[in-house]
Write a protein of this length. Structure first.
Length: 165
């Protein structure tokens, strides 16, 4: 099982960061490799659909929300692959401390091989990019005011699409 953990400080209030993290419809704006999301409403115990750019191409994922605590914790895992992410947020000096954990409990032979060969490096890079993009999006939301950056209207969106290609 691969696991990567990273902490970062985001210079934006915790409620600004939480709005980005908890609004899955906005994940394609900032979350690397997230292409589109279809969710009727996010709550603990719900399942939603997401298209993700994976090492094997674009894939439609069924994601399950394990935990959702207002302005504190979001924990999601993929029912297809066993990939998971947890983000814990805490207020710190007027900004937000984020503890991110991502990894995989692989489902199936192909994913087990991928996880053994490249999983740690892949998830470490994905988490680093995720936290960097979240920080940039939070700074942009803070500058222009919520609801935040619109897709295709900022250099953040352009950098995100460059990472996917």
């Amino acid at each position: 099982m691969s696991l990567a953990q990273q902490q970062t400080f985001i210079d934006a209030p915790v409620d600004v960061v939480w709005r980005l993290v908890s609004d899955v419809d906005r994940h394609p704006e900032w979350w690397p490799r997230v292409v589109e999301v279809h969710c009727d409403g996010l709550e603990q115990g719900c399942t939603y659909r997401q298209v993700t750019q994976t090492p094997f191409g674009r894939d439609e994922m069924a994601l399950y929300v394990d935990r959702l605590d207002e302005c504190r914790n979001l924990s999601i895992h993929c029912l297809n692959t066993g990939t998971f992410i947890r983000m814990e947020l805490a207020e710190a000096r007027g900004g937000t401390f984020v503890d991110g954990v991502v990894g995989m409990e692989p489902q199936g032979f192909q994913l087990k091989v991928f996880d053994m060969v490249a999983g740690k490096r892949y998830f470490r890079g994905w988490l680093r990019q995720t936290l960097e993009s979240l920080s940039e999006a939070a700074a942009g939301s803070r500058r222009v005011g919520d609801p935040g950056l619109e897709p295709g209207t900022s250099s953040l969106s352009e950098r995100r699409s460059d990472r996917l290609s």
